[in-house]
Structure formats: C-alpha cells, structure tokens
Design a protein around this ligand. Structure first.
Ligand code: FAD
Length: 263
C-alpha cells in the first residue's frame, strides 16, 4: 500500500471540498482497502465518510425506504422498518458476503462501486430507487452505466438511496460459495400489475429483463417466466460460470424469486 493522507470530515460539504484530484472516499473499505493493498488504487488522500453522522440511518414512510449511504449492510438486514416495508431488501442485505463484510460494508459504497456481481444494484433497479448525492438525484435506471461505472462525477458523494415500496418482492441469488457475490441474482418487484425484474452477476452491469417484466405484469406467477429463454449474448463468462450457464440461471432464479414473493 502506498502512503496517503487520511481525513475525517464532519460534514458532506467538508468531504466534498477534500474530494479533489487523486483523493478517494472511504465508506466500509470492503472494496477500496483491498484494491489499495493490491496497489490497483493508490489515492493521495483518503476521506473517511464514517465520521459524518447524517450519512447513516434508515427512514420509512410507507411509500419509500430511504437508506443513508453509510448505513452498514448488517443494519439494513436487521432493521425492523426495512423488514416491515420491503422484507426482500432486508433479506438481500443479509445475504451479502459474511458477517465481517456486513458489519463494515455500506449501501452507498456498494451502489457507488457498481460491482457487476453486487446485490444492491439489483434492488435499486427493481425497486426504482432514487440515488441522492451532494449534487442532485439520479433514477437507478440512469445511474448504473457499466462495469464499475456509474453516473457519479469526480468527487460526487452519495448521501442516500430511496427504494420504492412494492406490493411484494423477492431476491434470489445463486452465489459464489467462496465470496458469496452473485453468479446470478434476480430481484423481482411487483408494484401491483407493473413488475420490474433486475438481474445482477450475469452481465457487465445490472440490467432489467423486459420479457420477464412483460410476462409477470400480465400474470404474476412462476410459470410466466419458467419458459423464457434468456440470450447468452453479452453475458459474463469466467472460471465460475459460462455465459450459457448464467443465461439459464437467470430464468431459474427469476422463477424462484416469484415463488418466494408469493409466499
Ligand atoms: C469477502 C467479501 C465478500 C463480499 N461479498 C459481497 C456479496 O456477496 N454481495 C455484494 O453485493 N457485495 C459483496 N462484497 C462487497 C461489499 O458488500 C461492500 O459493500 C462493497 O465492497 C463496497 O462498499 P464499502 O462500503 O465497503 O465501500 P468502499 O470499499 O469503502 O468504497 C468502494 C468505492 O465506492 C466509493 N464510495 C464509497 N462510498 C461512497 C459514497 N457515499 N459516495 C460516492 N462514492 C462512494 C469509494 O470511493 C470506492 O471507490 C464483498 C466484499 C468482500 C471483501
């Protein structure tokens, strides 16, 4: 790891003023610290968002659940408000990594990082989330741009993520047994006749599955998706799973998610 200057700002404005040049924001450090150790990143300055109290917390008003960027995965998984409003979102947070990763990793860090196999981007897309930053708001649809790429500008800080409350929803993940990242994860959300299906792990970035959304909007039942064949073109192929296998898994996970949402 290279030397860097460490900062502990007490407000988002102070953090934004420091976030210049080669500086990096630090949330839970579950990705950033590993990349620094491997010298894949060598920031001049580390700006620790952990000292900004306003950035952590959960609010639920019946229509949306708003999660502060610095809220840890474990806090989302155990939140009574999240469990009541969007149980699938609490369950998703509880499936991330292991106990240590959930104790440190944050919702904002995961959304900002946009790892192709991360879980939160699937929830954000399926639950039509709004990502709020110190500079403005983004619909999830326009936020995730590609592998590890988002609409965030240089030094822009996510402050919270608001997830819309669906009528029913579920997330199922075929996980990598070592890291628990998604080989394929599918989040299905029914907003009362209008269904959104978001897929993570399968492609370079999270995406919606239009054929499944159409079929499930017509009839919210496992058989509506069971025979939908997903094209393998553009899907990831690596040592863990071929594109063909991932395409097959999207259908299997979607069917299981619908079954789970109906329970
Ligand atoms: C062993 C292991 C297993 C894991 N398994 C899973 C899994 O199963 N599913 C899953 O989804 N994830 C998994 N993760 C990732 C983990 O969930 C973290 O959430 C993720 O690494 C990023 O969150 P963080 O808070 O640690 O961010 P950091 O590592 O601190 O930051 C990541 C990036 O986001 C930027 N950033 C952080 N916060 C903000 C902000 N508020 N605004 C703008 N930019 C910001 C940072 O500058 C950095 O570039 C795993 C990680 C590990 C180490």
């Amino acid at each position: 790891m290279h030397a860097f200057k460490y900062h502990r700002p007490s407000s988002v404005n102070d953090a934004a003023a420091l976030a210049k040049g080669e500086a990096k924001l630090l949330a839970g450090g579950q990705t950033l610290v590993q990349t620094m150790k491997l010298r894949l990143a060598s920031p001049s300055d580390i700006i620790d968002l952990g000292t900004i109290k306003d950035l952590a917390g959960i609010k639920s008003d019946g229509k949306t659940v708003t999660i502060g960027a610095m809220t840890r995965h474990a806090d989302v998984a155990h939140s009574a408000d999240v469990k009541k409003a969007i149980p699938a979102l609490a369950a998703l947070a509880g499936m991330i990594g292991d106990r240590q990763v959930r104790a440190m990793g944050t919702c904002g860090g995961s959304i900002a990082n946009n790892d192709p196999a991360a879980d939160y981007p699937a929830a954000a897309m399926a639950l039509n989330a709004t990502i709020t930053t110190n500079k403005g708001k983004y619909e999830a649809e326009k936020f995730f741009k590609g592998m590890f790429t988002t609409a965030l500008g240089a030094g822009e800080i996510i402050t919270s993520i608001s997830f819309q409350v669906p009528k029913r929803a579920a997330y199922t993940k075929f996980k990598n047994p070592a890291s628990r990242f998604a080989i394929v994860g599918v989040f299905v959300a029914d907003f009362g006749g209008s269904v959104r299906v978001a897929v993570t792990g399968a492609g370079p970035s999270v995406f919606r599955q239009a054929d499944m959304e159409k079929a499930l909007s017509a009839k919210f039942a496992p058989e509506s998706v069971a025979n939908i064949k997903v094209k393998q073109d553009g899907l990831n192929s690596d040592m863990h799973a071929s594109a063909e296998y991932r395409a097959h898994l999207v259908t299997v996970m979607a069917k299981r998610a619908v079954e789970a949402a109906l329970k």
